[in-house]
Ligand binder design. Structure first.
Ligand code: HEM
Length: 391
């Protein structure tokens, strides 16, 4: 079996080609076995780079998603909320069977049919933000004016947050994703949101509506405390992930205008950009062999989604942005039991956004050269701090 000294790769890894994955990934994929890498905090992890190996890691029951196990990787400040242990219901960090109870309770809320019912609301929210941008002049920061508020407002819709409270909700979530926020500001914003969500739950207990929060309360499978953790998870999991795909997707389409109305755009944007590249962190809880490499119990594993999604063995001419390909088997939403619960909603959001934005603002263009855009290399997710546009 291949053994090697750990190599150091920069985390978060910079994308030198702006939108395409870090150059190192192709080199790492070409190495046999897995690659042992030293993280900035001095610990070592196994990097998994090939599509097949990433899917194996994300489905093997000897590999855990729970940070409570020793050896679980930490890459920088990992997320924007208090430690998952402190939030009952933060089920992305649970393994089966604990995880299964949450997943089963949530699946009916995210079927194609159920999220399809949100389509008119999604359209209204997207149109509303475009109206506001058009009313504000002929330039905007598309991140602040559009990409961040749209997913946040849609989650408000999903959870049943009353319109009058949406500003508070939106302002607090903005703090969580703004890079200039200090850790203290982020913690305070997360606490405020949790307090607000608890108030929302108390309100829905008294006055139930036709929203996810009310339905979960009525079903009685999860406790109100767990529902509040679930709500916070949905909010955080579904906000910046979607926002970054919207903003970067707009850049991709402005650079490749011939694809604007192509049916495969959403899937190809998700694959190509893979913004949640290193989100699905794992640790082995038993010895396990992956890609010909023995991983010992207690060793951390980082499956690199962007690398898997650019694996030439799976996606021909992977470096090309080509919406005519079939990209559905990408792992931009992860894979296995934790595969993104919100993916059907994301597809509706991105489809509505791209379909509406370029139709309503056909003269939309970048107001800054692509190489000068403030890319977010320093966050948990790949994205843009701002996107100056004009029309
Ligand atoms: C899980 C990506 C949007 C809710 C995940 C995972 C990834 C991901 C990679 C797997 C994490 C892991 O295995 O550890 C994305 C991307 C999105 C997006 C790229 C946007 C383009 C959303 C939205 C929601 C959502 C809009 C909900 C409103 C969740 C939840 C989980 C999850 C609840 C945990 C599922 C579980 O543990 O069973 N997402 N996500 N995501 N996502 Fe998403």
């Amino acid at each position: 079996m291949p053994t090697s000294d750990p190599i150091s790769i920069e985390f978060p890894t910079r994308r030198r080609g702006q939108l395409s994955p870090p150059d190192e990934y192709a080199e790492l994929r070409a190495r046999p076995g897995l690659v042992k890498s030293a993280l900035p905090n001095g610990s070592t992890v196994w990097l998994v780079t090939r599509h097949e190996d990433v899917r194996t890691v994300l489905t093997d029951p000897r590999i855990s998603a729970s940070p409570t196990h020793p050896g679980f990787p930490t890459i920088g400040r990992n997320g924007t909320v208090p430690h998952p242990d402190q939030i009952p219901g933060w089920f992305v960090a649970y393994d089966p069977p604990d995880h299964t109870r949450f997943r089963k309770a949530l699946i009916p809320e995210f079927t194609v049919r159920r999220v399809g019912e949100l389509r008119p609301a999604v359209q209204r929210i997207v149109d509303g933000r475009i109206d506001a941008m058009l009313a504000g002049g002929t330039t905007a920061d598309l991140v602040a004016a559009f990409a961040l508020p749209v997913p946040s407002l849609i989650i408000c819709e999903l959870l049943g947050v009353p319109r009058t409270d949406r500003e508070l909700f939106e302002s607090r979530t903005q703090v969580l994703v703004t890079f200039t926020s200090t850790d203290d500001e982020r913690d305070a914003a997360a606490q405020d949101l949790l307090l607000y969500i608890n108030k929302l739950i108390a309100m829905k207990q008294r006055f139930p509506g036709r929203d996810l929060t009310s339905r979960l309360l009525r079903a009685g499978v999860l406790t109100p405390k767990e529902i509040s953790g679930v709500a916070l998870l949905l909010l955080i999991a579904g906000h910046e992930t979607t926002a970054n795909n919207i903003a970067l997707g707009v850049v991709m389409l402005l650079l490749n205008r011939q694809w604007i109305n192509a049916p495969g755009v959403v899937e190809e944007v998700l694959r190509y950009l893979s913004v949640a590249d290193r989100v699905a962190l794992r640790v082995a809880v038993e010895d396990v062999e992956i890609g010909g490499q023995l991983i010992r119990a207690g060793e951390g594993i980082v499956p690199l989604g962007a690398s898997a999604n650019h694996d030439e063995g799976t996606f021909g001419h992977a470096e090309q942005f080509d919406p005519s390909r079939s990209a559905r088997h990408h792992v931009a939403f992860g894979y296995g039991v934790h595969q993104c619960l919100g993916q059907n909603l994301v597809r509706i959001e991105m489809d509505t956004v791209f379909g509406t934005l370029f139709r309503r603002i056909p003269t939309l263009e970048l107001d800054q050269a692509v190489e000068d855009l403030p890319f977010k290399y320093d966050g948990v997710l790949f994205g843009l701090h701002a996107l100056p546009v004009r029309w």
